[in-house]
Design a protein around this ligand. Sequence first.
Ligand SMILES: C[S@@+](CC[C@H](N)C(=O)[O-])C[C@H]1O[C@@H](n2cnc3c(N)ncnc32)[C@H](O)[C@@H]1O
Length: 155
Amino acid sequence: MSMLLHPTFIAPFIRIGDWLQHESAPGSCMFKHTHGQTLWEMADGDAAFNEIVNDGMASDSLFVMDILVREHGEVFKGIGSLVDVAGGNGTAAKAIARAFPEVKCSVMELAHVVQDAADRGGGDGGVEVEFVAGDMFESVPPADAVFLKNELIFK
Ligand SMILES: C[S@@+](CC[C@H](N)C(=O)[O-])C[C@H]1O[C@@H](n2cnc3c(N)ncnc32)[C@H](O)[C@@H]1O
């Protein structure tokens, strides 16, 4: 709720009529139309906002991943390695690593998110995942499986 009801998130919806009537350049989104930069660019330049976004996504993962590994854990069976592409602060990857210790989990994320995760440290009951900084539109680290959560809406 702190993320979704943040004034920065609400503002683009207030201007949605203007955005719909605007002849947008390819790739221009509501957020950029209102704020002049993408959500991820803003998070990169504003540590407090970055924390709100990463915490919001982690809250979603804490809720969803518990159900996923319990109800559909079979999808992770037989996998040696997994990369959570754009995996936020690693909450989802850590849930997988905790439930399936035989799966080597890594998280690929933008550098400012990796830095935020490093600054805040582990504190996840000894579960370790590797973080890789990068741009998923350039390349993705090799692994047996790619995990995408809340991602296909982007670009
Ligand atoms: C909606 S969040 C989803 C985070 C996570 N997958 C989850 O479900 O909790 C989108 C994530 O994509 C990341 N992201 C955006 N553009 C990216 C890019 N070009 N390469 C890698 N990660 C990116 C953001 O930093 C953000 O953490």
